[in-house]
Design a protein around this ligand. Sequence first.
Ligand SMILES: Cc1cc2nc3c(=O)[nH]c(=O)nc-3n(C[C@H](O)[C@H](O)[C@H](O)COP(=O)(O)O)c2cc1C
Length: 499
Amino acid sequence: MENITAALTYHDRTKHRPQRYAASLGYMDWATQPDPFRRYEGAPLIALAHTEITPPYHLLFGPEPLPAAPVCFESISQLLRYSLGLAAWKSAGGSTWALRCNASSGNLHPTECYLLTPPVSGIADKAVLSHYAPREHALEMLHTYEGEPLPQGTILIALSSLIWREMWKYGERCWPYCQLDAGHAAQSLKTAAAMLGWECELLSVETDEIGRLCGLDQLERFDEHERESPDLLLRIGQSAPFAFPDTPALPCRANRLSPSHHAWPAVEAIDTAARGIYPASAPILRPRRLPLPSRSAGEIILKRRSAQMMDGTGISEAVFRQILDASLYCRNAPDITFAIFVHNVAEIEKGLYIYVRNHEERETLRAAMDPEFDWNDCGEGLYLLRSLDYRSTAQRISCNQEIAKEGAFSFGMLCRFSPVLEEKGAIGYKNLYHQCGMIGQTLYLEATSLGLSATGIGCFLDDEFHALLGLRDQRYQSLYHFTIGRAIVDTRITTLPPY
Ligand SMILES: Cc1cc2nc3c(=O)[nH]c(=O)nc-3n(C[C@H](O)[C@H](O)[C@H](O)COP(=O)(O)O)c2cc1C
């Protein structure tokens, strides 16, 4: 009960309000900007391969999985290259920065990835624990296990948050951004696994166990402000039971990312409260449509970019519905409904809509929202609540960001909230953000495959949006916003190859 109260308190405290944004420094402290790349000093580095040939994107979401690739050096290389690897280097005005396959709030990339792989020729002749180094596209070897700790062909992938990276810029509201980013990273891994015909399952395990497996509990190896918090564990391979192997004291120390730090105790409090047994949901959702033929998955993943400006032009109804349906590829994200501002979709009236992804939610949603809404059934889970031009409202609610107005549509991911916390505890709060992030990464890729662009929006006025929907309590809360349309490309920025 105590940890639920901690989550509710943190959530309320870190909402952006028109007169008072969540607490942060209020300026960019460039002197303490964190290094975006974690490295372990002294850990042997194994360079991974750069594979170019990947299957068409739409085949990843068809009724049948692709034939499974063997677990080998090349397939593990491809998994990481197209999930958490670099997508490009960008350069403008004398600065250069890397973009990655997974989107990240502020491009700060708090998510770190650890792997437990079986003996694989080219990596190690024993099972190993490694850390993925995206700049080098390489594995840093942290520990070699004696014996065979996992069932044959199984790979475990752990994701953790290096919260300081987001805290540096966003202050108290950084924790949701870390969790959304972890969801983006998890979905990136699931997509890259599907390219190899691999099932990639989120496991219901104790988060502290994940930390122990990766040596994150060995606190002396990290600067005290730059520790990592375990988020989730993915498994590739058969769903046979296994016991976590013991990870002994690891010799390698983590690099230091910033010379000094700012503390935000509210973040530490929520991060401590939101630990426990991870509530992995069953895959209950099912897309209604078949994916449209597309280019190769690798090309789409590397081309995905967040739009910084959009041109306000429209899209067809078929494309709109295809994108909404693609959110159901995230079959394990049943707690999210979309509250959509349709700005410019041919054949669809401008207005406020609800897209019910999980039809079991419809009546409870309806009861929780403004009783004056129309609820006109537009088919496939889409309901028109009110016809109106919501462009300026969308911009205002998205902290005045024009992309929310200039997209063909923008929306908030409305989550079943207090009931999830009551059922699952504060770790359910964490999982809701992961669900939103997974949907976000999927929609980025779907938009790219359809020749469009998207942008995740973490900066929004929470309760303004809730008031607009007539929500009066905590049964539903919007945890992530998103916009999809046509990007205006900034030609002043130069693109360089990732490797
Ligand atoms: C959780 C999350 C929140 C974001 N919030 C915003 C936002 O409020 N405004 C914005 O312009 N971009 C936002 N972005 C986009 C990021 O800035 C973008 O992902 C990052 O700069 C990396 O660029 P890329 O997506 O092209 O790789 C967000 C992205 C994520 C994943």
